[in-house]
Design a binder for this molecule. Structure first.
Ligand code: CTP
Length: 433
């Protein structure tokens, strides 16, 4: 019996897939189809796959061409599969020509001509092209614009600054807005966008008072629009996995979270003489640094203290801030700096060990779990593509498409972040130095 194996994502199954499977099957007597798991697809750069793994497997099964369906989960698995299933022929579309020649050592490799004119990418972009308007300084938006290019289903409809008329024009031409403007104007811009029925992805903090934050989420609900807070770190695979490991008790009970984010940057040069327009350390870095605190320990802290150091006499620009939290049975501390540098690492301490993420932890692909006995330490590596931004965009588009909340930042976390900003600006629990 001649066994043939082939692999693919098979998203939105189309004629090109069926033709490929038919020809692969005709090469032998038994066809195994490997369907790629979502995580694995992410690392290969296939973004915004529309169907879940189960739906894609169902699609392949419904063709009646596969004798066996397996899931492809890791790099190097093809060699394992070929050996395990005693495969004679590996078949794949001609778009991969040459890429799998290394498998010739294990079986025969056949490249089959790809069907012209059809692909999942094409179907995805035709089906769900969401027009995305970008709000903010062009230079700040560069990264987001680049990352959106990796995501199927979004087209940039335009860019505008804070100018009211420009903003209104862009709203007209867009289905959704990405807002990276000064935090002072976030709430106003979000409100205008939601009132016009546009979905919103806004950099954190989305508002500067808890009441405003609640009103915005209520308005989004009323208008049946998505409102998502953008904190890219929440979407980095390494960060997300460390949350899961900590929550599953790998370091025992979590008793402390310490996070630092700092950057050397002379803000006075960015906004000469306009400290009131500048964007200090707590408002800029705070949401990112607060994320692991609130996601691991919750938002129900008993007390907090904000200690802040201003760079200017008018006390409009905080260059360095620390926030200490006391919980019922845990504690946390964040340190943020803009213009003052420190070690930007993250430490999550537990009763059985601790998680250490070296600087810059907010865009890491690596962390360690450390124990009393170093021989038990474990290192974890994950691919980090686009600092998490492209997965954030995928989550936003998915929320728009399926009407469900796919955000990795819960509302109560958004509210708690806004609460810290509000207290800071109202000088509640603040010690100034
Ligand atoms: N395939 C094909 N002809 C097409 C599209 C795909 O022969 N028009 C083949 C691919 O070469 C591969 C298999 O079908 O062997 C599964 O492809 P997959 O990557 O899932 O589909 P694509 O449509 O190529 O997806 P994408 O656009 O996301 O790359």
């Amino acid at each position: 019996m001649t066994k043939v194996i082939t692999y693919g994502t098979y998203d939105l199954l189309h004629y090109g897939h069926i033709r490929l499977l038919e020809r692969a099957k005709a090469l032998g007597d038994y066809l195994i189809v490997g369907v790629t798991a979502e995580d694995f697809d992410k690392t290969r750069g296939k973004i915004n796959v529309q169907q879940s793994l189960m739906e894609r497997i169902e699609g392949v099964r419904a063709t009646g061409l596969a004798d066996e369906i397996i899931i492809e989960e890791y790099e190097g698995q093809k060699i394992d599969d070929i050996r395990r299933y005693h495969v004679d022929i590996f078949a794949i579309g001609s778009d991969w020509r040459g890429k799998f020649d290394y498998l010739n050592e294990y079986c025969k490799v056949v490249y089959l001509d790809r069907t012209e004119g059809v692909s999942s990418t094409k179907l995805r972009s035709e089906k769900h092209a969401i027009r995305l308007g970008l709000v903010g300084e062009t230079s700040d938006l560069r990264k987001f614009r680049k990352e959106s290019g990796y995501v199927n289903g979004a087209v940039i409809s335009g860019v505008c600054g804070d100018e009211e008329s420009e903003f209104q024009d862009l709203l007209e031409q867009s289905d959704a807005m990405y807002i990276l403007s000064h935090p002072d104007v976030h709430a106003r811009q979000i409100k205008a966008a939601l009132e016009a029925g546009r979905h919103v992805l806004c950099e954190s903090p989305i508002a500067l008072s808890v009441q405003e934050c609640e009103e915005l989420f209520a308005l989004a609900k009323e208008k049946k629009c998505v409102l998502m807070e953008a904190i890219k770190t929440a979407y980095s695979t390494a960060y997300y996995r460390l949350l899961l490991l900590a929550k599953s008790g790998r370091i025992g009970k979590v008793v402390s979270v310490d996070a630092a984010c700092t950057r050397l940057e002379d803000e006075a040069n960015v906004y000469p003489g306009q400290f009131n327009r500048s964007w200090g350390s707590l408002c800029d870095w705070g949401p990112t640094a607060l994320l692991p605190v609130f996601q691991l320990l919750g938002t129900d802290y008993a007390e907090k203290q904000i200690i802040t150091h201003y760079a200017d006499e008018a006390k409009a620009y905080d260059a360095f801030s620390r926030v200490n939290f006391v919980y019922k049975d845990a504690m946390a501390s964040i340190q943020v700096g803009k213009g003052i540098k420190s070690e930007g690492d993250l430490v999550v301490s537990g009763t059985e060990g601790y998680i250490y993420v070296p600087a810059p932890w907010w865009k890491t692909d690596y962390f360690e779990i450390r124990y009393e006995n170093p021989a038990n330490n474990k290192r974890y590596f994950y691919q980090l593509d686009g600092e998490g931004i492209r997965y954030e965009i995928v989550a936003f588009l998915k929320s728009i498409e399926d009407g469900r909340d796919n955000s990795y930042v819960d509302r109560h976390v958004s509210k708690a972040i806004t609460g810290i900003m509000e207290d800071f600006y109202r000088k509640k629990d603040v010690r100034e130095i």
